[in-house]
Ligand binder design. Structure first.
Ligand SMILES: *Cc1c(COP(=O)(O)O)cnc(C)c1O
Length: 459
């Protein structure tokens, strides 16, 4: 057997590799990222040698394969002309600190092991809760993403509903159910599948928003088993924020948990022009917002916040003899608030960047995204070849190219991608093709979008 410690030693080879990795990281951070493209499995298989072997291929070779073959087969989601998917455009400070988190071996699941990191993460969670208008004491945890955040919140909501029913001497309902708008994100339906519960779809108004009154009308007095209402704080498709205040009113009237899925949009509560859309957010029972979407942090992080964290803790604390040293405490254990145990202190990159730049820098960046959306929407309104599908509420602009068939939409999107000009694929709304500008990257400029508007004139 060779030296079993050889992977963990600071020998000359490791030091050289470290420098090479730092060099690569530096270059990636300094360059204007190429859009790059995807690749099929076959294409990669044809050019990639076997890499996971008994003897290893060596760090130099592995890094070369990554830089020359693998990385170019990954789309740069921070490319300024990437407006199809909600971009991730991490701030420089947040990227740098992600490296620090990686190098630090912090267990972010418990206070005992990660007190300092958890303290800093909680500073951010407290700030977000306060900004939303929640009372002191609100808090939660950074989880992997919005999907896990929504699931964890709904599990807590059901647990609380169960507790209340037991307390009232009631048995379980025939089916547990949640009410959500028909525009709710797919992760809500997925959480329902995982939990084996039903989603009652509530129609939205002509403006795309969910209203409390419509929930009342749709359920028509049949609230048995309904334990939560999910409102969306910025739909992924259109950036539409539901009427949270009226949803809260209905939730209160029926003693039902209100959760706001704000994975993409709740960040806009920080910006002056869009703050007003989030009236009522301070009164909900839980909400989520993804730093990797519109808070300029790297993948992957979702802030999950409970108005009353004790309910989250009651639902999620794992019990085992080897964990008692961690859970028999009143300290803040992040693992107690969601469906997870071991965790990366994934809120630290956002904390560091916020601490570095101040909240105002965030407000300014988000506001600039909003303003760009309004500005390009106006251009589209006034153009002859395009048609706005609806006025943007946040920073997603959806529009049609007049006179184009579905095939032309697809062909144009593919062409822009093939030519590495933009990722602006055709999307669908009510079975009709549309284009979408999802603007959350401060480096996405008016000029970039104008160029696309001009190119859409070509037939
Ligand atoms: C993106 C998104 C999600 C899912 O979040 P992930 O972090 O991708 O799991 C949920 N809800 C909404 C509204 C979203 O935009």
């Amino acid at each position: 057997m060779n030296d079993p410690q050889r992977m963990h030693k600071h020998d000359a080879a490791t030091v050289a590799l470290r420098e090479k990795i730092f060099q690569y990281t530096r270059e990636r951070m300094e360059m204007d990222p190429p859009l790059d493209r995807s690749a099929t499995y076959k294409e990669l298989r044809a050019i990639m040698p076997d890499t996971v072997t008994e003897a290893g291929i060596g760090g130099d070779t592995a890094l070369d394969l990554f830089t020359e073959i693998l990385a170019p087969a990954c789309m740069s989601i921070d490319f300024p002309g990437q407006v199809s998917f909600i971009p991730t455009a991490p701030s420089e400070a947040s990227i740098l600190f992600d490296l620090v988190v990686s190098a630090s071996s912090v267990f972010g699941g418990s206070w005992l092991e990660g007190a300092g990191a958890v303290y800093a993460e909680n500073e951010v969670l407290t700030f977000l809760a306060r900004e939303a208008g929640m009372p002191t004491g609100a808090g939660g945890v950074f989880v992997q993403g919005g999907t896990v955040g929504n699931l964890s919140a709904l599990v807590a909501a059901r647990q609380e509903a169960m507790r209340k029913r037991e307390e009232a001497g009631l048995s379980r309902p025939v089916r547990w159910r949640v009410a959500a708008s028909e525009e709710a994100h797919s992760s809500v339906a997925h959480a329902a599948r995982v939990m084996d519960i039903d989603v009652i779809k509530i129609p939205v108004g002509a403006d795309g928003r969910l209203y409390g009154q419509v929930i009342e009308e749709t359920l028509a007095g049949d609230w048995d088993g309904i334990f939560a209402i999910v409102a969306t704080g910025g739909t992924t498709n259109f950036g539409i924020v539901d009427d949270i205040a009226s949803v809260v009113e209905v939730g209160r009237a029926h003693d039902v948990w209100v959760h706001v899925d704000g994975a993409y949009g709740v960040a806009a509560m920080l910006a002056p022009s869009t703050k007003k859309h989030f009236a009522g957010l301070g009164d909900v029972d839980s909400f989520i917002v993804d730093p990797h979407k519109w808070l300029y942090a790297p993948f992957d992080a979702c802030a999950l916040i409970y108005r009353n964290p004790a309910i989250g803790r009651a639902a999620h604390t794992q019990h085992a003899s080897y964990l008692d040293v961690l859970t028999d405490t009143t300290e803040w254990n992040p693992s107690d608030f969601a469906v997870h145990l071991s965790r990366r202190a994934r809120g630290l990159p956002l904390w560091f960047s916020m601490a570095t730049h101040g909240v105002t820098a965030y407000r300014d960046a988000i506001e600039s995204n909003n303003q760009l959306a309004q500005r390009i929407a106006q251009v589209i309104r006034e153009s002859d070849h395009l048609e706005l599908v609806r006025d943007p509420m946040l920073s997603v602009v959806v529009f049609r190219r007049k006179g184009w068939t579905q095939e032309q939409y697809v062909a144009w999107g593919d062409k822009m991608f093939d030519e590495q000009i933009a990722a602006c694929f055709s999307s669908k709304y009510r079975d009709e093709p549309v284009f979408r500008f999802a603007i959350v990257n401060p480096l996405t400029t008016f000029e970039i979008l104008m160029d696309l508007v001009e190119r859409l004139k070509e037939s």
